[in-house]
Design a protein around this ligand. Structure first.
Ligand code: SAJ
Length: 416
């Protein structure tokens, strides 16, 4: 069965670009989202998320009638689940959105259908999806009910998404894709769907390995960032410039230390490692320690600012950057936002916030005490303390003579 109709459940940062790419390659895509505003926005050819070039692609496929949004699934040959998997207070994963998505598609499954889970998930979740579907459809045989050599009626697969926010449309097409089939036949079906648009390779494995691969990739990055962050704390203690330290150490042919910063933001790297820790707590000591080190970094920066601010009677602090990383306008889970919020809550001084990629302060800072949105020139001119939180390109060339007159805390090493 060739794929003509695909339903994508969850129209967020992964589901929407995936829907758009499938639609540009000739498939009829129904995007499903529980949020009526999201559905309306997409049906008007607009988008509700921040991603370069995505709006033009969505607008094109919506007006060509290839992409449509709705709040419930319809029958299709393939279903892609791309809903959030947040963690709860105790860091245990919240699979309720995945479970809800599975139950919503179950009534629409036909023999030969393909169900792909793309949401970042703890190991074993794909098998649970298969079980949830089977509960609702005793008339069909699912992969957990057959041996590897048998054919299930419905193919269930885990295919993690590994695209970098800001480069999603390129990476969706060119990154290699892990295909974790619950059986080899399931994997083949999913690979044939992805090859409708993929220029990278499909790498076939089983669903548990694919689930753990996604978590391991982000935990790997988190551990490496934690190493850099820990070095920054040690270097501070020993009076060594950490940026210079890393630059010289990285001249070793087998050393590649990442960059320290004010903490790890975004909705992936700070979340996914917890799924490994939660599944095997006794065995994940390094991964847990890395999370704790990275999570402790914003508090370290706040302490440093308070220490320097104590020299002034009413310090003006220019906070440069709010996004979770450089040169993008994505403020989700940004340590910079948390730091500004906390400085305001603790009444450390008057805060001038500069973020050239957004037009106004995010809601969480709009009523924060003593916080004003400012232009770069104005903030730098008025500041006693300049706190660089994000290494945006346009902060690089601030006049060094002005910086020399101020107390500068450069959390990203932009002016090293
Ligand atoms: N960061 C540092 N120092 C560094 C590198 C990053 O402090 O040397 C910080 C950034 O400032 C940011 C955070 O880490 O706050 C995360 O940024 P990132 O660029 O490392 O990653 P994300 O969250 O934008 O995207 C990651 C990617 N994963 C990996 O590189 C292993 C991406 O490929 C994944 O698809 C994405 O997570 C995801 O959705 O899981």
């Amino acid at each position: 069965m060739d794929f003509q109709n695909v339903s994508v459940i969850g129209l967020g940062y992964i589901g929407l670009p995936t829907s758009a790419i499938l639609a540009t390659h000739g498939l009829n895509v129904l995007g499903v989202d529980v949020n009526p505003d999201v559905v309306a926005t997409i049906n008007q050819g607009h988008i509700h998320i921040v991603e370069p070039e995505l709006e033009a692609v969505v607008s094109g496929v919506v007006s060509a009638g290839r992409l449509r949004a709705a709040n419930r699934p319809e029958p299709a040959e393939a279903f892609i689940i791309a809903v959030p998997t947040p963690f709860l207070e105790d860091h245990s994963p919240d699979l309720s959105y995945v479970e809800g998505a599975a139950h919503s598609i179950a009534p629409h499954l036909q023999k030969g259908a393909l169900v792909i889970l793309e949401s970042t998930s703890p190991v074993g979740t794909t098998e649970r999806v298969s079980e949830w579907l089977a509960e609702d459809r005793p008339d069909l045989r699912f992969p957990h009910q057959v041996s590897d050599s048998e054919s299930p009626d419905v193919n269930v697969v885990y295919c993690p998404e590994r695209v970098l926010p800001g480069h999603v449309l390129h990476e969706l097409v060119y990154n290699d894709r892990i295909i974790g089939g619950m059986t080899p036949q399931c994997a083949d079906r999913a690979a044939s769907l992805y090859y409708t648009f993929l220029k990278g390779q499909c790498v076939i494995t089983n669903s548990r390995t694919a689930e753990m691969a996604k978590l391991s990739e982000n935990a790997f990055r988190d551990v490496n960032i934690a190493f850099a962050n820990e070095l920054s704390l040690i270097a501070d203690e020993l009076g060594v410039n950490v940026w210079e330290l890393i630059e010289v150490a990285n001249r070793h042919p087998r050393v590649n230390i990442l960059q320290p910063g004010p903490g790890v933001g975004g909705h992936c790297i700070a979340v996914d490692p917890w799924f490994l820790v939660h599944s095997a707590p006794a065995e994940s000591r390094l991964i847990r320690a890395a999370r704790e080190i990275n999570d402790s970094k914003p508090r370290r920066i706040i302490c440093k600012v308070k220490e320097r601010a104590a020299r002034f009677s009413n310090p003006v602090i220019a906070c440069l950057g709010l996004s979770y990383k450089a040169n993008i306008d994505d403020l989700r889970e940004s340590p910079a936002v948390d730091i500004v919020h906390e400085l305001s809550r603790e009444g450390v001084g008057s805060i001038l916030v500069v973020e050239p990629h957004v037009k106004k302060l995010p809601p969480v800072l709009q009523n924060a005490q003593g916080v004003t949105f400012a232009s770069l020139d104005e903030a730098v001119r008025q500041a006693d303390i300049i706190l660089l939180l994000v290494d945006h390109r346009r902060f690089k060339n601030i006049d060094r003579r002005i910086l020399m007159e101020k107390v500068v805390i450069d959390t990203r090493g932009l002016w090293r």
